[in-house]
Design a protein around this ligand. Structure first.
Ligand code: CP3
Length: 345
């Protein structure tokens, strides 16, 4: 029995698509908040294999999702490369900043990240042992552009302006940083696969602030090289790429990234994406996260609309972005029940 997620990623059209949810282990769940309190803080939770595996399993137990995503964060790679990283409660991540080539040169070598990241690989090993046999395990990393935006600015920014400024004012330093992150990401994901991840996802959450040639060069092309390197080392490994905010540039993204599945945010309609993106392969998405807060008839209608629009090809049901802390777990259950109800009901 092949797991549903892996069948969809391999291109199979299924009567009911597999479902999982970005940030499915998170603050909207009381059991997550309890385990996080036990760990002390968010980073201690990420680096504690027993507790990180526990929070990864919580939404699987509660909702029987078809896939679990490793509990970690995209900013652990910068930390492993030598950046300082901390989280300010209620505000988000803070990192030491990269402003020139000398600082890029001081970062660690891509294969020197594993000491820091060893607990993450241990979490993956525990999960591949403890997950139910029908549940697929997804590993992940940030795509180089998104990771670079945080390393350059030292925090999340609305428009990624510091990263755009470095790209413009010191293109060599910017390119060197991108190269370092790309190489580290291949090593990191490769270890996740060796530890038991059955597919991997690349999060390019800020791809939408790149346009034209810059989008191709700094979002799509690095994801394509990472995907190719991983498939070279791990034959048949399925890859999901998420160039969030790509808009009409989602068209052609399968070929441009080499990924088996393209994750869609809710900025594109399912009807458009079925015609222009799903023709290239499996798509994932794209219910607006706000329905997990508001629920009701609108949620039911939208789940059916998305399932219907993508029913002619391979599809993984998901949100367009992560579930938010103010979401109601009952709405998650309603989404899943609506999706899994018999197709001809
Ligand atoms: O999806 C999952 O359940 C797996 C775990 C996961 C987390 N972060 C846990 C997390 C994944 C896949 C991520 C990815 C991530 N992290 C991205 C890319 C996806 C996206 O959302 O666009 C980004 C940009 C980050 C960086 C990051 N981590 C930010 C900006 C923040 C603060 C914002 C927030 O929601 O508080 C985090 C913190 C974070 N990462 C939390 C979780 C569950 C909340 C931390 C907490 O418990 O306090």
């Amino acid at each position: 029995m092949t797991k549903l997620l892996l069948r969809a990623l391999a291109g199979e059209t299924l009567p009911v698509p597999p479902i999982w949810m970005m940030r499915q282990a998170g603050r909207y769940l009381p059991e997550y908040r309890a385990t996080r309190a036990e760990a002390g803080d968010f980073l201690s939770l990420c680096y504690n294999p027993e507790l990180a595996a526990e929070v990864t399993l919580q939404p699987i137990r509660r909702f029987r999702f078809d896939a679990a995503i490793l509990f970690a964060d995209i900013l652990l790679v910068p930390q492993a490369l030598g950046a300082d990283l901390w989280f300010v409660t209620g505000e988000g991540p803070r990192l030491s900043t990269i402003t020139d080539g000398a600082e890029v040169a001081k970062l660690k070598a891509p294969d020197a990240i594993h000491d820091t990241l060893a607990p993450i690989y241990e979490t993956v090993r525990r999960l591949s042992r403890d997950l139910p046999p029908e549940t697929a395990l997804i590993g992940f990393a940030g795509a180089p552009w998104t990771v670079a935006t945080y390393m350059i600015a030292g925090r999340g920014t609305p428009d990624q302006a510091p990263a755009h400024a470095l790209m413009r004012d010191d293109p060599e330093a910017f390119a060197a940083l991108m190269e370092r992150i790309e190489a580290a990401t291949v090593e990191y994901l490769s270890r996740q696969v060796e530890a038991g991840a059955e597919c991997v996802k690349l999060f390019d959450s800020w791809a939408g602030s790149l346009s034209g040639e810059a989008f191709e060069r700094w979002s799509l092309a690095p994801m394509k090289r990472i995907t190719a390197a991983l498939k070279d080392r791990h034959a048949g490994l399925p890859v999901i790429a998420f160039p969030r905010g790509a808009g009409t540039a989602y068209e052609g993204a399968h070929a441009a990234t080499g990924a088996d599945c393209i994750a869609l945010d809710d900025g594109v309609t399912p009807d458009w994406a079925a015609k222009h993106v799903q023709t290239g392969g499996c798509v994932q998405g794209n219910l607006a996260s706000s329905h997990m807060v508001t629920g009701g008839a609108a949620l039911v209608r939208e789940v059916r609309r998305i399932r219907e629009a993508f029913s002619g090809g391979p599809h993984v049901f998901n949100l367009g972005h992560g579930i938010t802390p103010d979401a109601d777990p009952d709405n998650v259950a309603l989404m899943i029940d609506t999706l899994r109800e018999t197709v001809d009901a």
